[in-house]
Each structure stands twice: as C-alpha cells, then as structure tokens.
Design a protein around this ligand. Structure first.
Ligand code: UD1
Length: 418
C-alpha cells in the first residue's frame, strides 16, 4: 500500500487541467452496453473506480480496451446480466448497471452494492423508480433480482433528488415503450452529461439540469465517440489546495457555474477568484477567514464531495465555522485524523464546529475514504513540518496522479511504496 510524504509550507503556483469527471465516466461506462456498437469515451482518467467499472463490463462479456487516454467498449457479445458481490462491493456505483442491464437484457441480478454499507446508503429510490417502469424486483441470497417482459414509460416522482437514481432511471427508460417523466430529478452537471451522451447515441432525453426530465423511448441506440465533462470536484480540490497553501493557481476545464457555491465560499474566506471562460484563477495570501456556515446540498448547493476539503481549509483560518453535512451521515471520519494535526473540530451528528487554529502541524494520518483522504493531503500541504498520509487506495479511486499535479504546482509531495 502506498503512502504520501508531504513537507508542508510550500506556496502553490501554476496551472492544472481538470480530469474528466469521475461521476460522469461511471454512468457513461454503464451506458456503453446499451448498444452493441462501438462506444469510445475520450480522456478517461485512470482512477480505480473507472477501472473497476471497466472490469465489471468485461465480466458481462464486453470487450473493453484502454487505448492511450481513451477507452472503447464493444458489447455485441455481452451475455451476462449478473454482477457478483466481489465486483459490486468494490464499487457502489455498480448500482447504475441495473438500468443498463434491464434495457439490454430485460433482467438484472446484482449483489447488494457496497456490501454491508447498504444500511447507510440505501437504494430504495432506485428500486421504486424501476418498479414504476414495470420491473419486478425480488431479493435472494444477497442478490437483487430484477425482471420485466418489457419496460414501459411512466411518470416517476422521486422524493429526494438522488444522483444515482436519476441516472438509473435515464438508463432504464431510454428504450422503454412510450414516455417517461422524472419529477424531482437531481440537477448535477453529470446528469446533463449523461443526457448528452445518450442523445448522441440516438436517445430522446431532455430537461436534464432541471428537476423535470422527459425521456421518449427509442427502439435502438448506436455507437458514440464522447468526451465527458471535467471533474468539478477534482478542480475544487486544487482551488482549495491553493487557498490552504497560499499562491496563485489556474484550474482549466471546469465552468465556474458548476462550482459556483465553492467559489462563493472561497471569496468569503478572502481568496481572489478570477474567471475567464473555463479557466478559474485563484489567488490566496495571508491568513484567511473561516466561513460562517457551510451546508452540503444537492446541486447547485455546496457539494458533499468537497465538504472534507473545505473543512480542512477552515481548520487553519481565523474564527469559527459551522459545517452541516446533509447528505451522508458518516462523512466526518477524517476529523480524528485532522485532530492529530492540531485541528480543533467538534463533531455532533451532522454538525462539525471548526475553531480555526493558527497553523496545523505535520503528523502521520490514515486516509479512510476518498474525499476525506484528499482533505488530509490539503491539510498536510499547509501544515508546518512533515506529514505522511497512509493508504492511498481511496484517493486513487477518484484522483488520477494527484501527487504529480500537486508537484507541478510546487508542492513537496512524494508517493512511496510501503
Ligand atoms: C453521487 C456521487 C457521489 C456524491 C453523491 C451526492 C456518483 C458516482 N457518486 O452518489 O460522489 O457524493 O452523488 O452528491 O455520481 N438515498 C436514499 N435512497 C436511494 C438513493 C439515495 O436514501 O435510493 C440517499 C443517500 O443515502 C444519500 C442521498 O440520498 O443520503 C444522496 O445520495 P445520491 O444522490 O443517490 O448519491 P449517489 O448517487 O450514491
């Protein structure tokens, strides 16, 4: 297992380009088996979640090739509708495969995604929506079994704008008979990307980005050559890194409106933000101020996937910040690690009260999840002295070459095999 050794205190200068969005690439890969024709996804980041999804497609019988920066999928010979627990445990997003498998085979069997975490990350919204499309759902031996003679378009109101459930509905409704209308859909940019990808395959989907999405079922879909939207969470991580360390950094590829709430919060901290087309420049100097309150919300609210990173920033700002995590209850697991670096943070349920300290100090910390791990890296970059961040497997799920990109900005970070 690899670790990072980070010497804190370097300011960051330069320019980085965001990778393609993890949260786009995963549903796009799932969508690639909706046709037997060739699908090319350009610039697929070599993150382990995407590689795991590629492996899932291979196990279904698809021919998946990583060529340079791209990936091609040809699934004319795909024949299995069953995902084993070894794969679904590895990748919770494997739940997207339900929609694609149902469209392709009219049946799907997947082991409960995320293993025992199911209690914490339920999939009831996904399953209820599929039922409305005419799918029979049962459970046997830890598998969810879905079956239908045909998928029928339907009105689908969803109680909470779940990103994954909205995407699953698109994947299941795209070739259903008639028209599907999703009410209360999630509005994330990655959903617009999935709509564009499906329409480029010949689908008729409109409304993504708003809370009503209409899908007119078509009889077949063809191949596509597509470049996904850039990763607003990775881009946000670099912007926060610059805020933590001081300096001037330009992040290319992400439209400001896709991270509007983060930019607003960074300005509140005292950073200067300059936007030109898809380039965002941040300048940070001197001690920043804490944000008074940050609440994570579905898009366009503050993203839960940047909650840990902005908390790490606030940990050494002046004043106090109240962070409210509204999406995932257990998303403060990184806090005890930040405390090892001297952070003063009190967690109560969904709330974290951050009292900014003058400076964090280096420590040996363990990365227990993807975004929490990124937050520890940012904290270490700004801390006094040397830190080690242990277990990079979670960070590798969502960041491709994080250390290389940070190094190019002047950070002192090394990846070491343990
Ligand atoms: C997606 C993102 C993830 C991000 C999250 C919230 C991908 C691959 N992952 O995850 O990075 O953190 O959106 O922006 O795109 N819920 C239910 N029942 C369901 C589905 C969800 O109760 O059937 C709850 C979840 O427990 C959670 C909330 O809804 O509290 C948000 O979940 P959801 O939007 O579905 O997140 P994901 O699609 O899993």
């Amino acid at each position: 297992m690899d670790k990072y050794i980070i010497e804190g205190g370097r300011r960051l200068f330069g320019s980085v380009e965001a990778q393609s969005a993890k949260n786009s690439v995963l549903p796009l890969l799932a969508a690639s088996i909706l046709t037997g024709e060739r699908v090319t996804i350009r610039k697929m980041p070599r993150i382990t979640d995407a590689l795991c999804m590629a492996q899932i497609l291979r196990e279904l019988g698809a021919d998946v090739r990583l060529e340079g920066e791209d990936v091609t999928v040809e699934s004319a010979d795909a024949c299995s509708h069953r995902l084993s627990s070894a794969l679904t445990k590895e990748l919770r997003s494997s739940v997207f495969m339900l929609g694609s498998l149902l469209t392709r085979f009219h049946r799907a069997a997947i082991a409960y995604p995320g293993g025992c975490d199911i209690g914490l990350r339920p999939i009831d919204i996904h399953l209820n929506a599929l039922k409305r499309l005419g799918v029979d759902i049962s459970e046997r031996d830890g598998y969810i079994l879905c079956e239908c003679d045909r998928l029928r378009g339907a009105e689908i109101p969803i109680d909470f704008p779940s990103v994954g459930a909205t995407e699953n509905i698109l994947l299941a409704a795209v070739m259903a008979e008639g028209r599907t209308v999703v009410q209360g859909a999630a509005k994330e940019p990655e959903i617009i990307d999935l709509q564009n990808f499906l329409n480029a395959m010949g689908a008729r989907v409109r409304g993504a980005g708003s809370d009503v999405i209409e899908i007119e079922g078509v009889s077949s879909l063809g191949g596509v050559d597509y470049t996904p939207v850039k990763d607003r969470i990775e881009a946000g991580t670099f912007l926060i890194a610059c805020a933590v360390c001081g300096g001037e950094v330009e992040v290319k590829g992400v439209r400001a409106e896709n991270i509007g709430m983060l930019l607003h919060k960074l300005r509140e901290n005292g950073c200067k933000i300059h936007i030109k087309n898809d380039k965002i420049k941040i300048a940070s100097g001197g001690r920043l101020r804490c944000n008074r309150r940050i609440e994570t919300m579905p898009f366009p609210g503050f993203p839960t996937d940047l909650q840990a990173q902005i908390t790490a920033l606030n940990a050494s700002c002046e004043g106090c910040a109240l962070i409210v995590e509204n999406l995932f209850e257990t998303r403060y697991k990184y806090v005890p690690e930040l405390q090892k670096m001297g952070a003063d943070i009190e967690v109560k349920g969904r709330h974290a009260l951050v009292r900014g300290v003058e400076r964090l100090h280096g420590a040996s910390v363990v990365s227990g999840d993807l975004r929490g791990g990124a937050a520890l890296v940012l904290a270490a970059l700004g801390a006094e002295g040397t830190s080690e961040v242990l277990d990079l497997s979670h960070i590798d799920r969502g960041y491709s070459d994080l250390e290389g990109k940070l190094k190019s900005l002047g950070a002192d970070i090394r990846r070491v095999r343990v």
